[in-house]
Design a protein around this ligand. Structure first.
Ligand code: CMC
Length: 429
């Protein structure tokens, strides 16, 4: 017999079914709640709300576990590549050699923007943040592919998905070149995904960028580690927009906007700004930690804490080790890495952070690795967006193929004025 939860309300008893996931996560299915009781649930920040069933990513925040389609992130980080992982996330299985070749070919065939898109870049001021350009240009791309619109064209999903994954990287590189007043560098079909991005970012018409394998590998790992993270703010945004049957590019553009904020993807930029400010002030980090614990200071230890992880974020562990490896391979050092490690050690031994279970998250070390790769600060969140694209696409696809999918439409508890009459302008106090 399937389990149910009992609710006693106003002297009446109700039963709600319990839904169990493949990893024994449990939920009360309250979809009949309002019709049955006249009540809704209220869950500020959606901390207790499951908005969907999803088969893409599993996280156990208490234990610090992250798996894409069942495969531990540690194994993928060690053995896979971003492109292969993107395939896994979108299609649900690791590709065969032939499937991987076809997927890579599709990415290459779709890497060029429509030439008319170049004119759009001219309209942005040099000071424009690349995240603003990225979301605007992804949305603008949809105008060039009318077949994108509507569910009727879901048969072209593979091409559109490949186009988005491939072109987001081209748009990102073009926006960076534009912001620096540099000539645009076109993608090279001979290069693989991550190498091609570095080429478009850093090559000059008169000088090819020298691709170092350790640099390419480190950036590929960053993309892979960001590839999905279940129902975070930007992915939930993508699903929200997709539920209205908007096209894939419109959904991804909305995802970019949600990702931009400093409490979400913007944290990687904010972490480096914080570390840099600590470094310049001569603080060893202790003053900053004191300020971060004081609610009135307006400061937080950026790169620490997570809604889901109440343990070390497994991605942070991998990035921290990769950071050490990369700096050693490049024979480089970074004072910000030393400060970050000191902050981490202090915070993990401080009762404020211990009691609240605040641990380093993915953004704590990712900025330092991107600095070592020569990625400019304002591009950090863009790198996150490029990496997250497969996750957004896979979530879009779940909605696309779900025949029972309904438009997302939360309710509210109204707290404004009760009924009152309109007062004409000349009678107002
Ligand atoms: N520094 C200092 N105090 C913190 C921090 C922090 N980084 N994070 C949470 N707290 C405190 C918070 O003040 C609250 O204290 P109290 O219980 O006394 O009121 C308690 O810990 C719980 O915090 P919360 O804000 O209710 O937690 P949340 O789940 O709503 O927020 C978070 C999660 C990630 C937004 C938050 O931890 C934060 O602002 N972290 C810094 C920004 C950051 O690193 N964001 C990247 C997140 S990971 C990548 C991604 O998803 O994009």
């Amino acid at each position: 017999m399937s389990k149910a939860a009992k609710l006693e309300l106003d002297g009446k008893s109700y039963e709600f079914p319990i839904v169990e996931g493949s990893e024994q996560e449990k939920a009360l299915d309250i979809s009949a709640l309002r019709n049955a009781t006249g009540h809704i649930t209220l869950d500020d920040g959606y901390g207790n709300t499951g908005s969907c069933l999803s088969a893409i990513t599993f996280i156990d925040g208490e234990q610090g576990i992250l798996r894409y389609r069942g495969i531990p992130i540690e194994q993928l980080a060690e053995q896979s590549t971003f492109v292969e992982t993107a395939y896994l996330i979108i299609y649900g299985e690791l590709p065969s050699r032939e499937q991987l070749r076809r997927f890579s070919d599709l990415l290459t065939q779709n890497q060029n923007l429509h030439e008319d898109m170049r004119h759009h870049f001219e309209g942005f001021p040099a000071t424009a943040h690349p995240m603003a350009i990225l979301s605007a240009m992804i949305n603008a791309s949809s105008c060039f592919y009318p077949g994108l619109m509507g569910r009727a064209n879901s048969g072209r999903f593979d091409v559109h998905a490949a186009r988005l994954i491939s072109q987001v990287r081209t748009i990102a590189a073009f926006s960076y070149r534009k912001s620096r007043g540099l000539p645009i560098v076109y993608p090279k079909p001979a290069y693989k995904y991550t190498a091609n991005f570095l080429h478009m970012l850093f090559s000059e018409p008169y000088q090819e960028y020298e691709l170092k394998p350790e640099v390419v590998k480190a950036l590929d790992l960053i993309f892979l580690l960001h590839a999905d993270h279940e129902q975070n703010c930007s992915t939930a945004t993508v699903r929200m927009v997709a539920s209205s049957q908007a096209n894939l590019f419109a959904c991804a553009a909305a995802g970019v906007c949600a990702l931009w904020g400093p409490l979400h993807g913007g944290a990687n930029q904010a972490v480096v700004e914080m570390l840099d400010a600590i470094h310049r002030s001569g603080d060893d980090g202790s003053k900053f930690i004191t300020a971060a614990k004081d609610k009135d200071s307006g400061k937080r230890l950026m790169g620490f804490g997570h809604r889901i992880y109440k343990n070390y974020d497994p991605r942070a562990k991998i990035i921290k080790a990769a950071c050490d490896r990369l700096l050693a391979a490049l024979h480089a050092s970074d004072p910000l890495l030393d400060i970050a490690k000191r902050l981490e050690e202090t915070a993990l031994n401080d009762s404020y952070f211990v009691e609240r279970k605040l641990y380093p998250n993915v953004d704590f070390y990712s900025g330092i690795i991107m600095r070592a790769l020569g990625i400019p600060l304002e591009m950090f969140t863009v790198i996150f967006a490029i990496g997250r694209m497969p996750g957004w696409i896979a979530n879009f696809k779940e909605i696309l193929h779900d025949r029972n999918s309904r438009i997302y439409r939360p309710r509210q508890i109204y707290t404004g004025p009760t009924l009152r009459s309109y007062v004409p302008l000349d009678q107002r106090a």
